[in-house]
Design a protein around this ligand. Structure first.
Ligand code: UD1
Ligand code: UDP
Length: 359
């Protein structure tokens, strides 16, 4: 019998990073065909990751970037279905909670191809987030759900999903264990930016709830300006667009740079004094690396990092952001909520055994 065929749908930056960890393991067991939806398309939001993280070249590029939620997701659905009709895979694999995730899962589910969801079970309990809608819908049409934390297992159980659920740990933890050392050896970003270790804050902002609100975005920048620290800000293209649209002035202590590759990002994360972000993945990476994280959202999916004392959720409130930058100094021992760094390997047997289990 030949290898099982998996079509994997990728589209956005965090999915390339997850694929870097997973595809290197999967290549030993499966015939994996990568499909790039084109959701992220700038070279520094896409190509850089394929080049530096040795992710195999996608066989299909759908070139569906930007656009409204409906236009983007709908176009992806049409094009992914065509690919699935050609490839006839045993499974379709999707990561996380983006529009590419729900499009891939729905295209497969409707034509009865089993769906594998990696990073299943996360919930913010804020249905206004496009990601929350995407992840709830994806979980409910998935056949194998690979779950990073016990909290995520419990979330699924509360929605009646117990079948096909496997707690394997977080594939981003696999990734950081592998790439942090390489980043230390190869990245030249500190020299390039003339930064000293422990002498700057690293900030990222891209979440819709912040960028789509002129008040929230302005409040965040006022806080970053008032904190009295050097703030390095690799700027997401979405946020750049809104800063220009709103005519916001960024202060002198904010050092805006283009989005960086993963090795440079991990180097910046590991050497930052603190991380100030609204990203999902970066909250976890801060925890893995032992860097205090200040989360500019009203809630988080990664509640363990908060419970353990290494992440503080401050919304977009100016005073709370400044206070956390000045005074949030975690000291507690970090617990291992996210597995052992072998999540990708632990996914292999449930996939190989899936058909034998008569599902
Ligand atoms: C998407 C995901 C979000 C994820 C984020 C990771 C959805 C609904 N959102 O948000 O969950 O956290 O990716 O970064 O799927 N743009 C460019 N160049 C690019 C990519 C985007 O200029 O390469 C600009 C375009 O103006 C585009 C906007 O950014 O319209 C938003 O991009 P989009 O992919 O729709 O959402 P993100 O904010 O990136
Ligand atoms: N990242 C990167 N370069 C950047 C910003 C982020 O490599 O300039 C990486 C980051 O280290 C993490 C992932 O991108 O692995 C997180 O993606 P993002 O914040 O865009 O999305 P989210 O995790 O919020 O969905």
């Amino acid at each position: 019998m030949g290898k099982l065929k998996i079509v994997t749908i990728l589209g956005a930056r965090p999915q390339f990073i997850k694929a870097a960890a997973v595809s290197s393991v999967f290549s030993k067991y499966f015939d994996e065909v990568l499909v790039h939806t084109g959701q992220h398309y700038d070279p520094n939001m896409s190509d850089v990751f394929f080049e530096e993280l040795n992710i195999p070249n996608p066989k299909y590029h759908l070139n569906i970037g930007s656009g409204s939620h409906g236009a983007m997701t709908g176009a992806m659905l049409v094009e992914i279905e065509k690919v699935l009709e050609i490839e006839k895979p045993d499974f379709v694999l999707v990561y996380g909670d983006t529009n590419s995730t729900i499009a891939g899962a729905l295209a497969a589910s409707k034509i009865l191809i089993p769906v594998i969801h990696v990073e299943a079970g996360l919930r913010s309990f804020n249905k206004a987030m496009p990601e929350e809608q995407n992840r709830i819908l994806t979980d409910h049409i998935s056949d194998l759900l690979f779950v990073p934390t016990q909290t995520a297992v419990d979330n699924l159980k509360n929605e009646g999903i117990t079948k096909g659920v496997h707690l394997v740990g977080d594939v981003m933890y696999d990734g950081i264990l592998h790439f942090a050392k390489i980043a230390r050896e190869k990245s030249t970003i500190l020299n390039k930016l003339q930064l000293k270790e422990g002498d700057f804050l690293l900030c990222t902002i891209h979440r819709a709830e912040n960028t789509n609100s002129p008040e929230r975005l302005a409040s965040i920048f006022t806080a970053l300006n008032a904190c009295g620290e050097l703030v390095v800000l690799p700027l997401h293209p979405r946020t750049l667009k809104y800063i220009n649209d709103y005519g916001l002035q960024l202060g002198d202590n904010i050092r805006v740079i283009e989005p960086v590759g993963y090795l440079d990002m991990v180097r910046l994360e590991s050497t930052a004094k603190k991380i100030v972000t609204d990203s999902g993945g970066i909250q976890k990476e801060a925890f893995f690396l032992g860097i205090p994280c200040i989360t500019m959202r009203d809630e988080t999916e990664w509640v363990e990092t908060v419970e353990n004392g290494w992440n503080i959720v401050v919304g977009a409130d100016e005073a709370r952001i400044v206070d956390a930058i000045r005074h949030f100094n975690p000291t507690s021992e970090r617990k291992s909520y996210f597995g052992k760094g072998n999540a990708s390997q632990l996914m292999v047997n449930p996939i190989l055994n899936y058909k034998n289990e008569g599902k």
